[in-house]
Design a protein around this ligand. Structure first.
Ligand SMILES: Nc1nc2c(ncn2[C@@H]2O[C@H](COP(=O)(O)OP(=O)(O)OP(=O)(O)O)[C@@H](O)[C@H]2O)c(=O)[nH]1
Length: 298
């Protein structure tokens, strides 16, 4: 089975129903990230797996103002790393003016050219005609991928949200085991940070044909050092050569940038080792995808 996966951010001003929407989408299929303190720092709020599809919901990475020193750090790191979310659900009220926060969000969409779905929530509070007016008002603000009127309370429109998300989710491995609660999303983050460094440093040469699997992540008993070992899978020998670079220079750059981000993010000294491996058909290979998934088990 070809799998597909996406990182999804739910954004919007306070009280528009973001949490309600997330809960409604996750329903009983929720694989809540555990309540271990680290996990809240990673801001993964839920994982939804349905057949081939896996959606990893993030708590509005980089979209809101820093409240504490920690979240300030997080915003920086997350904006730089997985701020490149695949899909965004922008939740708005069914009436009223866009406030400053919302206009800023739209600016962010424009700057990052994000793939955004405009979700007009609470349509149970307005007349059907008002919804049309609302759509007219808002759809010029950004080139939204779709405009979806919903009511979480009345459970209407939720299927459409899922259909749109699914239709726009690219092929990719499931980051979490399909049926397992995970308590180690920091592994996912580590993998994503490394992958982001590859994409950033190699923009054109190596497109999306890479996957990163965290083989090991263990804090040393003494010394406060976290050892991380990662495999970078690519599709061709020539890609492997490019990722490693002349005399290992590219891999060194990728690893040292990833290490710096992760040290700040996890607030611990990190010893990061990366290996590059060729897997012709990793996208299709059930075993590899499975092993990528299983790496996340506790
Ligand atoms: N009438 C109506 N109320 C809704 C709907 N969806 C959510 N609400 C209500 O709106 C309020 C805010 O919902 P939340 O899900 O907490 O909103 P939020 O965007 O996560 O809020 P913050 O955490 O403050 O950012 C709650 O009282 C919900 O019950 C809806 O479709 N219709």
């Amino acid at each position: 089975m070809n799998t597909k996966s996406a990182f999804v951010a739910i954004v919007g001003k306070a009280n528009v129903g973001k949490s309600s929407l997330l809960n409604a989408l996750l329903g009983e299929k929720i694989a809540i990230v555990s309540s271990k303190p680290q996990t809240t720092r990673t801001r993964i709020t839920g994982v939804l797996t349905e057949g081939e599809l896996q959606l990893v919901f993030l708590d509005t990475p980089g979209f809101h103002k820093a409240k504490t020193k920690l979240s300030g750090h997080m915003n920086n790191v997350v904006t730089n790393s997985i701020g490149d979310v695949d899909l965004v659900l922008f939740v708005v009220e069914p009436k009223g003016k866009m406030n400053e926060e919302e206009l800023k969000l739209i600016e962010t969409f424009k700057q990052r050219k994000l793939l955004v779905f405009l979700v007009i929530n609470k349509i149970d509070l307005v007349e059907p005609d008002d919804i049309l007016v609302r759509i007219g008002e808002l759809q010029d603000l950004y080139d939204f991928e779709a405009v979806i009127p919903i009511s979480v309370t009345e459970k209407s429109g939720l299927d459409t949200v899922m259909e749109e998300l699914s239709a726009h989710t690219p092929e990719g491995p499931h980051y979490f085991p399909d049926d397992t609660l995970t308590d180690q999303p920091e592994r996912v983050i580590a993998g994503e940070v490394i992958r982001e460094k590859i994409l950033r440093n190699m923009r054109d040469e190596i497109p999306h044909g890479t996957a990163v699997s965290i083989e090991k992540m263990r804090e040393r008993e003494e010394g406060g050092i976290l050892d991380i070992e990662a495999n970078i899978y690519c599709e061709k020998d020539s890609h492997k050569g490019m990722i490693i670079g002349k005399g290992g220079s590219m891999l060194k750059k990728i690893a040292s940038e990833a290490r710096a981000d992760l040290e700040e993010f996890l607030d611990v000294k990190i010893n990061l080792k990366c290996w590059v491996k060729v897997r012709d058909d990793w996208r299709n290979n059930e075993n590899i995808i499975r092993s990528l998934g299983l790496k996340f088990e506790g």
